[in-house]
Design a protein around this ligand. Structure first.
Ligand SMILES: NC(=O)c1ccc[n+]([C@@H]2O[C@H](COP(=O)([O-])OP(=O)(O)OC[C@H]3O[C@@H](n4cnc5c(N)ncnc54)[C@H](OP(=O)(O)O)[C@@H]3O)[C@@H](O)[C@H]2O)c1
Length: 410
């Protein structure tokens, strides 16, 4: 499909701006303030006066296509307030995978007292040291970090949260707060056996993206969007703490949800459109093109390259209709006709997937697989199989043709 821009950019922008002003008419217009939640941004401001200006918007109710929802924003938590709020706390980050890295470094850069707890001399221990965590000062074996912490941020892999729970649980004593970034462990308690002590607040901040993105957005002075939820409120302050921690770890704004809703939607989304669905759909389209004699480069370009380089960013920037409008009338006609056919074909698959998430089948599979001592190698083997599929081998060559291609980026 040729993505011929058939509507002038200014027309499209004007339409988009009309749309966005309709959506936000209920939002109070408030003053702006200089805000920075990253050292890089602060340093940049000090040296160049080019401050990052963010709108002060704060907590508010927004109308999401007819449903009102509350959104919490970082601007309600200026850095001095955040630091004052946590001045007596030690955030003990247990686990240093992708989220541990992003959340831990952001909270540390925000001036909070953060320590890391991981298996001594494991991969994560080495990674944490490389990121400047110091053994005996800010880096400890898991049990020691939990003892020292007041807010226990359980960022082990979901399978490890279950496996280590019998050692971790007795250390989570009254007065501490237990924090997760996924509803997985407590919602599927019958499978994970993670049942939090009844005398601690149990909260969730789930960034909607990889820990690497949590970090890069923060460094740019931006902020990822996260969900927050409360499982157990002993102090009456659980929600407030979740919001403050969301800001501390680098969120720009946060939606309120429940542990159940967070885990169902997250497991469903990543198995669906976000990861499993997209790989399945790309592959199916590519295979039919190849079967009909199209070359690998043509099949890849019409399936992946145009999607990721041209069209998906337009959806991200201004929505599906904007992307349609940026394409030829021929493309628009065909896409409008075929969208409902794909929807109908996919609905039963998504029904089956949601059920498989809700009834715990997906959780049990994940616990079994990721609980193996060989989980890293086993995952790497399956991912290498994907990497070796013709579509992705062709993709490497296509990427190498991009004028901005850097050979060491593969
Ligand atoms: N990644 C994401 O995109 C994302 C997004 C939102 C929320 N979350 C949630 O955030 C949490 C952390 O996820 P993640 O992706 O950052 O981490 P992960 O890669 O799933 O887990 C890595 C950590 O778990 C540790 N670990 C694994 N098995 C262990 C065991 N048996 N005993 C002790 N430690 C063990 C690893 O330590 P070693 O190096 O010592 O093995 C490492 O520190 C999860 O609840 C996840 O669902 C993740």
């Amino acid at each position: 499909m040729a993505s011929i821009v058939s509507r002038s950019a200014s027309q499209v922008l004007r339409a988009a701006s009309r749309r966005s002003s309709r959506v936000f008419t209920k939002t109070a217009v408030t003053p702006v303030q200089v805000a920075s939640y990253s050292l890089l941004a602060r340093n940049a401001r000090n040296t160049s006066q080019k401050a990052s200006i963010l709108a002060v918007r704060g907590v508010k109710t927004l109308d999401f296509a007819g449903t009102k929802e509350i959104v919490y924003e970082r601007s309600d938590w200026p850095l001095p307030k955040l630091q004052e709020y946590f001045k007596n706390d030690t955030l003990a980050l247990i686990g240093y995978g992708s989220q541990g890295h992003g959340q831990g470094l952001n909270a540390r850069d925000n001036g909070l007292n953060v320590i890391v707890g991981v298996r001594k001399d494991g991969e994560s221990w080495k990674q944490a040291m490389a990121d400047g965590w110091i053994p005996g000062e800010t880096l400890f074996p898991i049990e020691e970090a939990i003892k020292k912490g007041t807010i226990i941020m359980n960022l082990l892999s979901d399978a490890a949260q279950s496996q280590t729970w019998s050692q971790v649980s007795p250390l989570i004593t009254k007065g501490k707060t237990l924090y997760f970034s996924h509803g997985f462990s407590v919602v599927y308690k019958n499978d994970t056996h993670v049942i939090p002590p009844s005398d601690v607040d149990v909260i969730l901040v789930a960034p909607k993206g990889s820990g690497r993105t949590v970090r890069t957005l923060f460094k740019e002075g931006r902020g990822i969007n996260s969900s927050i939820a409360v499982w157990q409120d002993v102090t009456g302050k659980a929600k407030e703490k979740a919001i403050a921690l969301g800001v501390a770890i680098g969120s720009g704004y946060m939606y309120e949800t429940t542990f159940e809703k967070e885990v169902y939607s997250d497991l469903y989304g990543e198995r669906g459109v976000l990861m499993g669905g997209i790989q399945g759909m790309f592959l199916a389209q590519y295979k039919i093109l190849r079967k009909n004699g199209h070359s690998p480069s043509e099949a890849f370009n019409e399936t992946v390259e145009e999607a990721t380089q041209s069209l998906f960013p337009l959806i991200g920037a201004k929505g599906m209709d904007y992307m349609y409008n940026a394409c030829s009338t021929t493309a628009r006609r065909g896409a409008l006709d075929w969208a409902p056919i794909f929807e109908k074909a996919n609905l039963p698959v998504f029904e089956k997937l949601y059920e498989s998430v809700k009834n715990g089948t997906e959780t049990r599979k994940s616990l079994e697989f990721n609980g193996r001592s060989t989980y890293r190698q086993d995952l790497a083997k399956e991912l290498a199989e994907i990497d070796n599929q013709e579509i992705w081998r062709a993709g490497k060559v296509v990427r190498s043709l991009r004028p901005d291609y850097k050979p060491d980026s593969e």
